[in-house]
Design a protein around this ligand. Structure first.
Ligand code: SF4
Ligand SMILES: [Zn+2]
Length: 116
């Protein structure tokens, strides 16, 4: 599924206050409570997370993507490498004989669901 296609299914699509909700002025975890709730019901959260981890600069992570705050994405990338939260990351876990992490498992599930 292309980025344009999955974005059309995003729960945050057309939210008039999306900028304030997903890019709060403060970076404390509670500032993301509303965004976290929206992401929790988003059907394309795994794809959103994989996309953010793949494209955002490591030193500059902003905003909520895929239900993860910048700190949470940083922790994922530290634990799981630069392909955290992707199908490639999932396959790396498997090849290494590891139990795939939650983010990579989500990306793998999305890859199967949206394969066409
Ligand atoms: S996971 Fe969250 S930020 Fe990503 S598309 Fe869905 S609602 Fe928007
Ligand atoms: Zn992983």
């Amino acid at each position: 599924m292309s980025a344009a296609t999955w974005r059309s299914q995003a729960a945050c699509l057309d939210m008039p206050d999306a900028e304030d909700v997903f890019f709060p002025a403060s970076d404390v975890p509670s500032a993301y409570d509303r965004a976290r709730a929206v992401c929790a019901g988003c059907p394309v959260a795994a794809l959103c997370l994989a996309d953010a981890l793949a494209v955002e600069p490591r030193a500059k992570r902003y905003g909520m993507f895929g239900g993860k705050t910048p700190d949470e994405r940083r922790a994922l990338a530290a634990k799981c490498g630069d392909r955290a939260g992707t199908e490639e990351g999932y396959q790396r876990h498997r090849a290494a004989g590891e139990r795939p992490c939650h983010a990579c498992t989500g990306a793998h599930g999305a890859a199967i669901r949206y394969a066409s």
